[in-house]
Design a protein. Sequence first.
Length: 341
Amino acid sequence: MDRWPDPEVRFRTATTLSDLPGLTPAAFDPDAGAAGAPARLLGVEADGRWRCSYVAAESAGGLDALVPLYRPAGRVWPDRAYTPDPEIAPVRCLLVGGVYDRRTALHLPAHLAREGLRAAARIAVEEDRCLVFPFLYDRARRMVDAATGGRVRWAVVAHEARFTLGEPPSRVRGVLRRDRRLIERAATAVSVVPWRDADPATAGLVAAHNLRMGAFDDAEFVRLRHDQWAACEGVEVIVFDGRAGPHRGVLTALVWRGGLELHEIGLPPSDDPARLALYLDLIHHRPHAYARAHGLTAIRAGTAARTPKASRGAVFEPLHGGVLDAENTRRLARGPERSDG
């Protein structure tokens, strides 16, 4: 199915990235960090829980837009975080952009957004679905609103913490000084190793932490997730492996395009101050030292533990979830209404 909004750009659909050329630099959306890397999309193609396709815009210069589209393969949600509304069944949803990592990149320049999303809406209508936009950043939300006439129903679903590596304000410096005194008393020791060289206990620590947080996990799943990341071109997976007295903890992280992305932690609970010291060293001080030592310019620190991150200088980017209901999905698919006058 090909669509031609102008003589220079051709919209078409594909079922695999192997059918498409690489993205042009102007089309690439860096907002979601490593989660937006095209290589990351290949992992979803191999995931039997989702059925995927792509709307792509091509010109003589290459691939000018790429809009991944996902359908749950079964009648239940593969990941509850992507449930847009309990009243909307999975078989009625077409998810736009991504279904991994709880952050979405839209490789869709603003001047192509209306036609790209209209092509997605036509697919949704053919399948009796509505469009769902999970975990979009502010820029992408504004672009979707402009393309849909503001008809998407939005909610803020998370806030992503980000740090820059400049001099922190005085209130933050005071918090960091207290941290360092606690860390020194606990005599924490942290090493950094590539994922491939991580201690075999790493995956079990992460899985146990996720289970305590109420998520279903297993060490084998942890290994699979990190092996998939390590296979992504341009992504380096590292592990901060720390000890403080009897306590052992790990933090996994991704290095990508000049930034560090904190990924998953594993640290058993305890009221011992040494455990708190190790936690603070793992989630803040060691990653910041690593970033400075390696010339990285920014740190993404995920959406959990907002209060301790805020007190240490994080700024927060809202992530939006949106639904374009069935009626408005049909309206978008039809295109602009024309008058006979």
